[in-house]
Ligand binder design. Structure first.
Ligand code: C2E
Ligand code: MG
Ligand code: MG
Length: 425
């Protein structure tokens, strides 16, 4: 399963989460030779507790008997008695389950499909590789153990709300705007920010935009919400401007907004009234929004572009008929969905899609932005592929407007210190 040719990485120190050291790793593979080489590699990484099973059934029996669940399962797909797909389905039923690294001789498309299935089932996937797995890739996958667990936790916070609460929030202007920096990858300086709506209800709970944006769309409140968000952004931009910072802002426009003729007019007038040059503002529009009402979407987007605003295709790769849309709409930016960014370092099939998206953006002469960068491995890959900008928790979390200038200052101070400490003498 593991190629031992790349012995350099076996000697290098690999930094692993305590759980992996304490709880160990289980290797599930029907080939005794592959199990043996995986065992050696894991030992070389400093992992003492390594279990082995020759097929899925034996692995599940072993897990049931172990006093503590291993932190990670290194899982083959093709095995007699019980294959890797069934193991993943059974793992999904368990309350405590190991994170998984897939390793298979199947083709990359199939491995990627199983990887997607595992994630959809709620199994934390650290990596999915073709055999023989390179020790460096395995080390990176094990090194992402913590991030993988955190990602899973973020998606499980159910919050309830209703349209009356939302109306009150809009009337009282309690929906705020947070800003998440986007970084220029060549210089690592700030390229701009994305404005993200934030709502804390009267009980002090944060309601995610993925809950209240669809609610606003459904009840005809999205126009009001967009304009309220826009007003705050224009005020913040003017405030930063007065302090000498010209920060470009990206604003999300929902599918429903594109169909409202007057909303585009309102946006244009308000921006002109506040004296902000249009090229400082980019509107982010999700791919799926473009198919809702094509003529209206084309009209709104073309009018905004004509006025000099930027237009970004958001969550690129998750919608429909992307090629056709790219040729029809006057986009200035391609914002690649985080599923292609986060999957890329550990899944070469996804990595290839990321590479093609970046190359297509470059050929079209538009800015490429990668969303959801959470690890150094993702950042390095994006740089090496020539992606222009990146955004994600690794670089900065969304923050209130009043904190942004402080963040920029701290960030540039940190970079200066890094330069000084790394310069000779
Ligand atoms: P989006 O436009 O794709 O925005 C990026 C989302 O990814 C934000 O979620 C941001 O907090 C999150 N994010 C950023 N970096 C990372 C990362 O490294 N890891 C992970 N896991 N997530 C990251 P948020 O703020 O919850 O917004 C969700 C969606 O709601 C947005 O997706 C956007 O489509 C919509 N939205 C937010 N604000 C507005 C708004 O003012 N108007 C409209 N129409 N939609 C909005
Ligand atoms: Mg966006
Ligand atoms: Mg997005």
């Amino acid at each position: 399963m593991i190629s031992l040719n790349t012995s350099a990485h076996l000697n290098a120190s690999v930094s692993l989460h305590d759980d992996i050291q304490q709880l160990g790793v289980i290797v599930v593979d029907d080939s005794s030779m592959h199990r043996y080489s995986a065992h050696l590699c894991l030992r070389a990484f400093g992992i003492n507790q390594v279990y082995e099973a020759a097929n899925g059934k034996l692995a599940m029996e072993q897990l049931a008997q172990l006093p503590q669940m291993p932190a990670v399962m290194l899982l083959d797909l093709e095995m007699p008695v019980m294959d890797g797909i069934e193991v993943l389905q059974q793992l999904a039923q368990l309350q405590h389950k190991p994170a998984v690294v897939l390793a298979s001789s199947s083709d990359e498309v199939l491995i990627s499909a199983v990887a997607t299935m595992a994630e959809a089932l709620g199994v934390t996937l650290l990596g999915a590789f073709r055999k023989p797995v390179n020790p460096a890739d395995l080390a990176d996958a094990l090194g992402s153990y913590n991030a993988g667990v955190c990602r899973l936790e973020q998606t499980h916070t159910p919050v309830e709300t209703d349209v009356e609460q939302l109306k009150t929030a809009l009337d009282r202007a309690t929906i705020q705007v947070y800003y998440q920096p986007k970084i220029e990858l060549q210089t690592m300086g700030i390229a701009g920010v994305e404005a993200l709506a934030r709502w804390k209800n009267s009980q002090g709970e944060w309601i995610p935009p993925t809950v209240f944006i669809p609610l606003a769309e459904e009840h005809g409140l999205i126009g009001d919400l967009t304009l309220s968000v826009l007003e705050q952004i224009l005020q913040d931009m003017n405030g930063w401007w007065e302090l000498g910072q010209f920060i470009p802002v990206a604003i999300n426009l929902s599918a429903k907004s594109l169909a409202e003729f007057n909303l585009a007019n309102e946006i244009i007038q308000r921006v002109i009234r506040q004296g902000i040059p249009a090229h400082f503002i980019t509107f982010e529009i999700t791919e799926s929004a473009l198919v809702v009402d094509l003529p209206s979407a084309l009209a709104t987007i073309s009018r905004l572009r004509l006025k000099g605003f930027g237009i970004s295709i958001d969550d690129y790769g998750t919608g429909f008929s992307s090629m056709q849309q790219l040729s029809r709409f006057p986009f200035s930016e391609l914002k690649i969905d985080r599923s292609f960014v986060q999957g890329a370092p550990a899944r070469s099939y996804i990595g290839n899609i990321l590479k093609s998206a970046i190359e297509m953006g470059q050929r079209l002469g538009i800015t490429t932005v990668a969303e959801g960068v959470e690890t150094e491995a993702e950042l390095h890959l994006l740089k090496s592929l020539g992606c222009k900008q990146a955004q994600g928790f690794l670089l900065a979390r969304p923050m209130p407007g009043r904190e942004l200038l402080g963040w920029i200052e701290q960030d540039s101070l940190r970079k200066q210190t890094l330069c000084q400490t790394s310069s000779p003498g």
